[in-house]
Design a protein around this ligand. Sequence first.
Ligand SMILES: [Zn+2]
Ligand SMILES: [Zn+2]
Length: 369
Amino acid sequence: MTYLARQIICYPKFVNHCILKMQLTVKSDLNVSEEKGFAYIQPCAAEVGKVMLESNLTKLVGTTSDKIIDFNVLCNLLNIYKIRFSEAQCSLTLGVSRVKWRGKTISIFKKGKIKIREALNNEDAMKMLQDLLRLIWGSIICEICERPAIYCAAGMCNKCLEENVQREFVNLDELPTGIMLSNALINLSKSLSLLNEIFSNILNGLHGEKISEIRVKDFERLLNRVDLNTLDFMVQTPDIKQASLGFIPLGITFNLKNVLKTVNSLIKEINQNLEALTQSNVQVKREISDVFRKIVNIYEFISQIASMRSKVKRDAGKFRIALEDIRRLEEKVKDVSDELKKFLSNIVKYFKEICLTGLRILNILGGGV
Ligand SMILES: [Zn+2]
Ligand SMILES: [Zn+2]
């Protein structure tokens, strides 16, 4: 099966002063010093002839806040990228991470300090700093919402991603590193069609069939591959604005990882209650399947948008209808006096979560255009 990915995508729009709008650049002025600003280079203590760079994220970003980096997100990003490192450690409790990347040892500390050791020369050290910033961008805390940038990109902070605004389109063929982003989007398409497969298994589960969890693991692996492709793209794209396009797939997979968690709980819940589900004759059973079928349709629609080459058309109507149905279902489930009551209300809760996540994904793709 061949998978298509969008060739034409649009730049997401973020509010002013969002960390995703601010240009995280490292000036090419190599005679940097602490007084001048952002980085300090001196001979490397570990290896003669090499240099060491010290910098601080608070200076690079120009923030006064003492919360500059989210270590949870940082460790996740480094973990996704670990096959590119010869060594990697990230400790949440200590707030220190250390990786060996292209022969250099890089340490990042909780308060934003960055050290790059064993760089060949000043230029090499500065290039490493720039690439590192691209890699960890998603973990830097945004001043607007005080959440890590990846939440802004995913539309989860509800503050930074602008909805219903005219967006600027870009053809990936015209980007020097467009092929890398294309690869990410192709894998995203694959993961969305795998999700549809999982959803149809769940639908069968609602009709009394035991649901296998194998495909869910495959789904997770695919999402991590999308992230790896995307981080490669962001690290290797010199232009910062073009590199920020990586936040489209990153924002979507961040949402899909949420769906993954919810789907896991949903499958467990259904599998545990299969017998009771088939024996019970509560009225809402049929309606539950109907509503879930609508959610499946919505994700098929998202999958189409992700693979189409054309512009995205506004179609939030489907979501509104599905959400209304879910709300109605919530009310009905409250009145069920069956032993399935708890099970049913949990299921409806998961449906709602999956549906709202779909709406966020559509918005990242430019559903508001
Ligand atoms: Zn933001
Ligand atoms: Zn935000």
